[in-house]
Design a protein around this ligand. Structure first.
Ligand SMILES: Cc1ncc(COP(=O)(O)O)c(C=O)c1O
Length: 408
């Protein structure tokens, strides 16, 4: 092995003309044998631009992250202003960092009581981990109930509550005491007992290919958790921030969880996650042991500044009020004989084809024609549509025209 690293070092200029794809495949750990592998050099609004100068309509918004579009000027300004003040200063929770404090109070002001105390993390999965730990401490119990075909992240705790054996099984042993029930099932609700610390559910199951529960089911789940003394954790990581047509998906079901999980759009395009609960519950993480949950970078000030600018935009711009109309437009434009079904909850839309092969072919053709879309983890036969909420009706028309051309 050579110790002469200098021979591999390149100056920035030396990267000009280098085949980025081969470096990407050689040096960046891969998540699949067939990555999309487009080299993106710029993003703005609902568009991405690649190194060959091709423009793409981004119909998945970074997987429900870019709800206010890519690089909105107000988000970029908030980031630049914060960069001029300070970056990381100390581990989460010790110093008063105004971007964290202001964003936490803005979130609390826009969540129902008792969701008044925000623990910022770096990612959605870390928010899941923190919430699971909190539920154990608050209840003194260890059993947990999750649902089949649910996705909550890829770390070991989040994987333990993931509802798909194919992805879970290879990484056993996972956390004990967790069992999976049928989503939207009253019989499942009845099986929750006084030994259960928490029930964790997505308000709408995203990776299953957009499955919304019946309106009474979540209320029944809430009531059963109350009766059994179990905490209800709702995962709004994909459904939050206006995606479903209200700021939070759970508003449409008349329930308030004990802990809500946030991520994705929370950071306005920067990495950020959070679990939010009553401050009386959160106190459990501060004593016996002290520092019961710690993170170096959670609630990074630049991420909080970006997220707050993005949430203010959502609250001021009226895009959330337009979600249902835009959803209806997608649904009507995409009526086509080869579409088996369209399931949607606001601008979280699954377009179902006869099988995964057909879906992959359509997705590939869309990308060749300048439209980026994707499939769902547990529904490979479904095309994902989750654009920035700022997408206009004309842009929806243009996007649907490309999809229809690809359907032939
Ligand atoms: C519903 C849901 N929960 C949790 C997560 C995990 O978030 P992250 O990838 O930030 O860890 C995701 C990510 O796709 C998600 O969709």
């Amino acid at each position: 092995m050579s110790t002469n690293f200098e021979k591999n070092a390149r100056t920035d200029a030396a990267y000009a003309g280098v085949d980025m794809r081969s470096l990407f495949l050689r040096h960046l750990a891969q998540t699949s044998p067939s990555p999309l592998g487009l080299e993106i050099v710029r993003a703005e609004g609902i568009h991405l631009y690649d190194a060959q100068g091709r423009k793409y309509i981004d119909l998945i918004g970074g997987i429900s992250v870019c709800n206010t579009g890519h690089r909105h000027p107000r988000v970029v300004k908030a980031i630049k202003d914060q960069v001029d003040q300070y970056l990381h200063v100390l581990v989460y929770g010790e110093l008063i960092q105004s971007p964290q404090v202001q964003y936490a109070s803005l979130l609390a002001g826009n969540l129902p009581e008792p969701l008044n105390s925000v623990y910022f993390t770096n990612s959605g999965a870390e928010a899941v981990e923190g919430a699971m730990k909190l539920a154990k401490r608050v209840t003194g119990r260890t059993e947990m109930v999750a649902f089949r075909q649910s996705y909550h992240g890829s770390t070991q705790g989040a994987l333990s509550v993931m509802g798909d054996e194919y992805w879970r099984n290879a990484f056993r042993p996972l956390l004990p005491g967790i069992w999976h029930e049928e989503y939207n099932s009253a019989a499942a609700t009845d099986r929750i007992t006084e030994r259960v610390a928490c029930v964790i559910a997505e308000t709408v199951q995203g990776e299953r290919g957009v499955w919304a529960p019946d309106s009474g089911w979540l209320r029944g789940l809430r009531a059963r958790c109350d009766a059994m003394g179990a905490l209800l954790i709702l995962d709004e990581i994909q459904t939050g921030f206006g995606r479903t047509g209200s700021l939070w998906g759970f508003e449409q079901y008349g329930v308030v969880p004990d802990i809500v999980l946030l991520g994705k759009a929370l950071g306005g395009g920067m990495p950020l996650g959070a679990f939010v609960a009553d401050r009386r519950l959160m106190r459990e993480l501060t004593e016996a042991p002290v520092l019961g949950h710690i993170t170096t970078f959670g609630g990074h000030p630049v991420s909080c500044a970006a997220g707050m600018a993005s949430l203010k935009l959502l609250l001021e711009e009226g895009w959330i009020g337009e979600v249902r109309r835009k959803e209806a437009l997608f649904r009507s434009r995409l009526a086509h004989p080869s579409v088996r079904a369209i399931r949607s909850c606001g601008l979280l839309i699954a377009v179902e084809f006869e099988d995964a092969g057909r879906n992959q072919a359509v997705i590939g053709e869309c990308i060749r024609r300048g439209l980026l879309t994707d499939w769902f983890l547990f529904a490979p036969q479904c095309m994902r549509i989750a654009p920035p909420l700022s997408i206009t009706e004309e842009e929806i028309g243009a996007a649907c025209a490309i999809i229809l051309e690809c359907l032939g």
